[in-house]
Design a protein around this ligand. Sequence first.
Ligand code: ADP
Ligand code: MG
Length: 260
Amino acid sequence: MNPNSSTARGPLLEICNLRKSFGPMEVLKGVSIGAAQGDVVTLIGSSGSGKSTLIRCINFLEEPTAGEIVLDGIVFPAMGRDRRTRKQNAELIALRRKVGMVFQSFNLWPHRSAIENVMEGPVQVLGLSKKDARERSLGYLEKVGLADRINHYPSQLSGGQQQRVAIARALAMEPEILLFDEPTSALDPELVGEVLRVMQNLAAEGRTMIIVTHEMQFALEVSSEVVFLSKGNIEERGKPSEVLKSPTSEALASFLQRYR
Ligand code: ADP
Ligand code: MG
């Protein structure tokens, strides 16, 4: 199969039997997830269940211990960082460009304005001219509703606005897939909605996303699949209405109780 072919079928992303240990502690015990173009997969689970580790393994911010990631038909097996060949390293850089990431803590550059934060990647990584990067960044800041805040610094923006800048920054790299790790967990409750609305719009546009969230109503509305992680295993998965409304496992039922 030609991995660059737009007619290639099958999932855009496959996480296959992924395992991750930190020293003697195995925190992912063989997790498999697939996402086709346009899918929104939400990951739910208690603190410490391995959600962040899983999402960080997708772009090799964490090196998996075993298993593989397949993106666009290109297979990335788990292996030591220093064991990759030159070709594999080049492919890994290409993979990272196809995967956008939004963190709980925004991670904006404090001494750069909103638009400078968004332009950084397109200029430094993609090699766009400043003019082109600026134009592109303006478009994405408009998309997240911040056209009137482009010259503000992070400290002059609310948490919700900062997170929307972070989303624009991820979008400006024009990734094939977006990863979100609890994007609203650091926000005051009244600011959560504006970020979720932006994400909802992205889902409606058909963007492929993997989202760790505790916002169950949002998960119910946007997900193509909900995956419940418990102690490093997928305990339950399926359609959002089934998983979130009619849990079959004790662990999921008691987890959901806490978010009612
Ligand atoms: P979650 O995001 O679901 O709260 P994490 O993926 O952050 O869970 O963590 C899963 C487990 O792995 C936890 O027990 C955590 O302490 C451990 N862990 C995460 N990152 C590291 C690390 N870099 N070194 C050692 N242990 C880690
Ligand atoms: Mg986490």
